[in-house]
Write a protein that binds this ligand. Structure first.
Ligand code: BGC
Length: 756
């Protein structure tokens, strides 16, 4: 045995022994505690409540919270923001309840705590897993410094329908990219040990397949084959759990006719038995109660169903609190089922170290030092610059010259209220940097930039009202649309270039924010058409949570850059990239449709029996639009040019048990240093079930100085070719394959090989 292999084996043996000794210690502690607990106290641990200091996402906000804590009727709180409030609640639990069991404190730390990063779909466009892990670690440091120890993140639902507002919360359409990001986020949040006071428990959500809601309408039914689910929807949840995620949240939707929160196949057979998950399962906000509306029975029946299915903790609805005792008496649930759930809650607290010190995360000095720190803000600025995707850049109109006279136009050009994006529960919009001041910050002669609003985000008062539920996001100007456009045109007269910042308000995406029409609101389209008519170059900066249909605005623009909702440092980061201090390197993690009529449109669609052929009427295509999206998955430009050449396979035969490589020479042929996301796909030419057109199997984000070249290598082994077959076995089938490398899912170099 080689020396390092020997040491590695000793290390693994030692750490396995150590962790099993820890498990025994935890079990002994919890056995002793549970022996003292009454039935009511056990049920109490399953109750997760919110006093409503955050943003309630359902109709119920918990009442009498203080009294319930004292009576041992609460296992944890969520939505409480600020170390003082958390301290007060923990004091009640450990001083005034009979068994003094500490509370766990959760929050939707979805893209940062108070230092808000770009929205997750934006972050995923960076394809930079190390940076994503760093951003999650920074969020954990800040959140734990303010008393929290449980983050309802990452959201890993594969999403292929941009009408669904919650596409903003995930990592887009692809299981491979989604899995890499899910794993990085969990590692960032949980660090090396949960007992570390800078790490918290990650909660993977929403289990499962919530992203496939029919018609893109939130909370809607989901129905899909298990083959599709295993191959395309489950991988990111599994990856997050493999990375150690200690909790998971059930989803609102039904699956195979049973709501996820009471779906025994999902929560027990798959999650616990097949995957071996040992952590905590929490419901979504009142998702147990909502099973009454799903028509699964009354509250007592659905609560019993949920417990029997393996759901441990009831978020907000109090179905468990109010009915489980009776169900135990009626024997529709067993004591064993209650004990299992209670143990899972207590174990989460134990792993966090709360039984050693309930105040471990509660320290006003840490809060003062780490909340909104310069360090966290600099991560936010860096992540934001890496999340932007340059979609068009005619004649190198970008980067802007710092001496250019700029007309800065658009409803989002000088806005603070929308920069944070949706799900910034603890964020304060007024602390964010607008684009106008970010740009001024980078030039010496501030008078070079003149600003005009030009249009409202929308003139539709109903839509505006719906977007304003959590505060003013869409402000409808007193001036008429024509007056606003006239002002924009006046400042454009004296400008060399027009920068138009347009898009969605932050709450036009997110939960319960599905939209049927995902084009730019007409008020903004009108503004852009008027700006295009000036014949000056127009740089369009698009802020949105979701892929919008940009088809009718791209042609008139000189450049288009997608910047999502970029977080607290939005304006600074956008200025960094517009002025070329940072070269954009983001790539789309979700296809941008050509038309809503194509949805779902994603790169890995199947070939069909009648692949599209323009000369054959009876082929799979639309009469009126192309099949292809406007911008495909993996697409994104840079200020420099990257070229791909010299694609080769180390062998055109891959034998079982061995590996070959696919390689390419990547060259930076432009004038700027820059980063490129090199993507590796495979295509299975014959498979026992119809395969996707192609599948992402690897990527590398590579920095190259202008003029440099580098060989980029991907390994191909049997593992690379595996998929879930018709009997749900994970296999690689011998046969012919193509390997592909390129800068997006459509433009690739390819070569074939045989797997024998
Ligand atoms: C959302 C979850 C969230 C929970 C708590 C629900 O409405 O679906 O993603 O974690 O509320 O805020």
């Amino acid at each position: 045995m080689k020396k390092h292999v020997f040491y590695l084996s000793i290390y693994f043996l030692a750490s396995t022994l150590y962790s099993s000794a820890q498990d025994t210690k935890m079990k002994t502690f919890i056995d002793a505690l549970m022996a003292k607990m009454t039935l009511e106290e056990k049920i109490g641990q399953l109750n997760l409540v919110t006093p409503g200091f955050g943003i309630p996402t359902g109709s119920v906000v918990s009442t009498d919270v203080e009294k319930k804590i004292k009576e041992g009727n609460v296992g944890g709180l969520f939505g409480v923001i600020g170390v003082e409030k958390i301290k007060k609640a923990q004091e009640i639990a450990v001083k005034e309840s009979r068994l003094k069991i500490p509370l766990i404190f959760g929050l939707d730390v979805v893209h940062g705590y108070k230092t808000i990063f770009p929205t997750p779909l934006g972050i995923s466009s960076s394809w930079d897993t190390a940076l994503i892990r760093r951003s999650a670690a920074a969020a954990a440091k800040e959140a734990t410094s303010d008393g929290l120890n449980w983050a309802f993140s990452p959201m890993v639902d594969i999403a292929r329908d941009p009408r669904w507002g919650r596409v903003v919360e995930g990592s887009g359409e692809d299981p491979f990219l989604g899995s890499q990001i899910a794993s990085s986020m969990v590692k960032g949040y949980q660090g090396a040990s949960l007992a570390d006071k800078y790490t918290l428990i990650a909660c993977v959500k929403h289990f499962a397949a919530y992203g496939a809601a029919e018609g893109g309408r939130d909370y809607n039914s989901v129905d899909m084959s298990k083959i599709k689910m295993y191959n395309e929807y489950l991988p990111p949840y599994k990856a997050a759990l493999d990375a150690g995620a200690a909790s998971i949240m059930s989803s609102f939707n039904d699956f195979d006719g049973v709501p996820a929160s009471a779906n025994k196949w999902l929560l027990t057979d798959l999650l616990r038995k097949e995957w071996g998950f040992k952590g905590l399962v929490v419901s979504d906000y009142t998702s147990i109660n909502e099973m009454v509306s799903h028509r699964m029975g009354d509250l007592k029946q659905v609560s019993a169903m949920a417990l029997r299915a393996g759901l441990d903790m009831d978020m907000v609805g109090e179905g468990y609190l109010t009915t489980l005792k009776q169900s135990l008496n009626e024997k529709t649930v067993s004591l064993q089922q209650l004990n299992n759930a209670c143990r899972n809650v207590l174990e989460a607290k134990y792993k966090l170290g709360l039984f050693d010190d309930p105040f471990r995360y509660i320290d006003e000095q840490r809060a003062a030092a780490n909340v909104l720190s310069t360090e966290a803000k600099s991560v936010a600025r860096e992540v934001a610059t890496k999340s932007f995707v340059l979609l068009k850049n005619n004649s190198q109109v970008l980067p802007l010259k710092k001496t250019a006279r700029i007309a800065l136009v658009g409803p989002l050009a000088n806005d603070k209220s929308n920069m944070l994006g949706t799900w910034a529960v603890a964020g304060e919009p007024q602390m964010s940097i607008p684009v106008f001041s970010g740009m001024q910050g980078l030039i010496s002669d501030k008078s070079l930039i003149r600003y005009a609003k030009g249009a409202n985000i929308t003139d539709d008062t109903t839509l505006a009202k719906r977007a304003n539920v959590f505060g003013m996001r869409v402000e409808i100007d007193k001036r008429s649309p024509n007056e606003m456009i006239a002002e924009a045109l006046t400042i454009s007269n004296n400008a060399d270039i027009i920068v138009a910042v347009v898009g969605e308000a932050s709450e036009m995406t997110g939960e319960a924010a599905s939209r049927a029409d995902i084009t730019l609101p007409s008020a903004q389209q009108l503004l852009l058409q008027s700006l295009y008519a000036t014949r000056k170059p127009v740089v369009v900066v698009v802020m949105s949570g979701r892929p919008l249909v940009l088809t009718n605005i791209v042609d008139g623009a000189a450049a288009v850059m997608q910047v999502w909702h970029a977080g607290i440092e939005a304006g600074n980061a956008i200025a960094d990239v517009l002025y070329g201090d940072v070269n954009p390197s983001g790539k789309l993690s979700m296809s941008f449709p050509y038309s809503v009529g194509q949805i779902p449109v994603y790169y890995s669609q199947k070939n069909t029996g009648r692949p599209q052929n323009p000369d054959n009427k009876f082929s799979s295509k639309y009469l009126d639009i192309p099949n292809e999206p406007l911008f495909p998955f993996g697409y994104g430009l840079s200020y420099t040019n990257f070229s791909y050449s010299n694609f080769k396979l180390s062998s055109n035969v891959l034998a079982k048990g061995s590996s070959i490589t696919a390689s390419v020479t990547l060259s930076n042929t432009g004038k700027f240093d820059g980063e490129e996301v090199v993507q590796f796909y495979t295509q299975d030419l014959v498979r026992s079930i119809t395969p996707p057109e192609k599948e992402l199997k690897g990527f590398q984000k590579v920095f190259l100085k202008a003029g440099d070249s580098k060989e980029i290598v991907f390994k191909i082994s049997e593992e690379t070719l595996k998929f879930w077959n018709a009997t749900l076995k994970y296999v690689a089938e011998p046969g012919k394959f193509d390997a592909m490398i390129g800068g997006n899912s459509q433009d690739v170099l390819k070569a074939g090989f045989d797997f024998k």
